[in-house]
Design a protein around this ligand. Structure first.
Ligand SMILES: Cc1ncc(COP(=O)(O)O)c(C=O)c1O
Length: 376
């Protein structure tokens, strides 16, 4: 049997990782400014993470959600404290798309409506509702195209007020910082106006913090820069540092109903051990402060390159927009400079390193970037 060939692959087999570095099977070392697509939060193979997962799997890897799992309660308590949402509840699943799927279902159960507002360039995942609110017709199958969604330009207050004013919108979903869309930032003013308008019209506000959350922006959630509190917050990626996991943080206005949501694997013992290890390290090593500090240094350094049209981002979520396609540059970074980066569309390089990136590693990246971009 062959693999279903849906991913264009680099001809590199990564077999080992440590902190912000990975190695291929030939022993070549790479600096990881991509974090496996923003997934690696605390660094590759962190010893505490390895120990917690190893101990847990030796004891109990999985039992079903029909019995008490005290690890889930610990994750909820710890996460609530660290992120500042102690009064919210937690529903655990396995991926980002599932988190958005469940958030949209909760919103619709709550107010009985079916229309959803999403934004240009949004990416929310590939399951049925998650892909329908994703602004990319190429990945929306006809069966997913059910007419629930209106897309609006990001930061367009007038358009947002006009749609919400119809009083028939179930939910608005937006990313704390758009990732796949090329590191596009909602303004604080837009976020505050959106929050007020959702409250006034009985619309549920869903913040997708799957890429921008878990400390990546230099705050636990990117939306916390604007001071608003959404009704539902979705997380995944960094929550398990590579262990598949997702979650919805749910405001107290939602009352749980037995059987309304459910999952076989969500919140299993092993996933919870991973999530607890991640929280231990984020707190113990001050990784959110590190993301803010090293991110500011990187943003500063990158703004000095005249070859870049625009540098956007917060913390360790950075987009570099060029006038021309970046395919060649990204390949030079990888093959000649041994640095992993991401892209968005054709003209944007995306930096999403582990949150433990040190100043020295950031400096090394700037040097290698200068070589690759031809600016020394
Ligand atoms: C903002 C955002 N939402 C949702 C998803 C989907 O997450 P998953 O691939 O875990 O389903 C992603 C993945 O890149 C994402 O960046």
């Amino acid at each position: 049997m062959n693999l279903f060939d849906v991913y264009p692959l680099f001809d590199i087999n990564i077999v080992e990782g440590k902190g912000c570095h990975v190695w291929d099977e030939k022993g070549t070392e790479y600096l990881d400014l991509y974090g496996g697509h923003a997934v690696i939060s605390i660094g590759h193979a962190h010893p505490h993470y390895v120990e917690m997962i190893s101990n847990q799997v030796a004891k109990l890897g999985f039992y079903s959600n029909s019995v008490i799992n005290k690890l889930q309660q610990q994750v909820a308590e710890r996460l609530g404290k660290v992120c500042g949402y102690e009064d919210y509840s937690l529903f655990l699943i396995n991926s980002g798309a599932e988190a958005n799927e469940n958030a949209l279902k909760l919103a619709s159960f709550f107010n009985g409506r079916t229309r959803v507002l999403s934004f240009s360039k949004a990416f929310h995942g590939r399951t049925s509702l998650a892909v329908e609110v994703t602004d990319n017709p190429k990945i929306i199958a006809p069966v997913n195209d059910c007419g629930h969604v209106t897309y609006l330009p990001l930061n367009d207050e007038a358009a947002m007020r006009q749609e919400l004013g119809k009083d028939d919108v179930c939910a608005v979903i937006l990313e704390g910082i758009q990732g796949v869309g090329g590191i596009q930032l909602p303004t604080d003013g837009f976020m505050q106006a959106l929050r007020a308008e959702c409250t006034a019209t009985g619309t549920v506000l869903i913040l997708d913090e799957i890429q921008s959350g878990y400390g990546r922006s230099g705050k636990f959630f990117a939306h916390q820069y604007s001071g608003i509190r959404p009704d539902l917050i979705t997380v995944a990626k960094g929550i398990g540092n590579g262990f598949p996991m997702g979650a919805v943080l749910i405001s107290p206005m939602f009352k749980p109903v037995y059987g309304q949501l459910g999952t076989t694997f969500g919140g299993n013992h092993l996933a919870c051990a991973a999530a607890l290890a991640v929280l231990d390290v984020i707190e113990g090593e001050g990784l959110i402060e590190n993301a803010a500090c090293v991110g500011a240094y990187l943003l500063d350094g990158l703004k000095k390159f005249p070859q870049i049209k625009e540098v956007r981002g917060k913390g360790l979520m950075i987009g570099l927009e060029f006038e021309q396609p970046v395919k060649e540059l990204r390949l030079r970074l990888l093959k000649e400079q041994h640095v992993f980066t991401g892209v968005s569309g054709t003209n944007v390089i995306r930096l999403l390193p582990p949150l433990c990136l040190s100043m020295e590693e950031a400096g090394a990246f700037l040097e290698r970037f200068a070589e690759a971009v031809g600016h020394v």
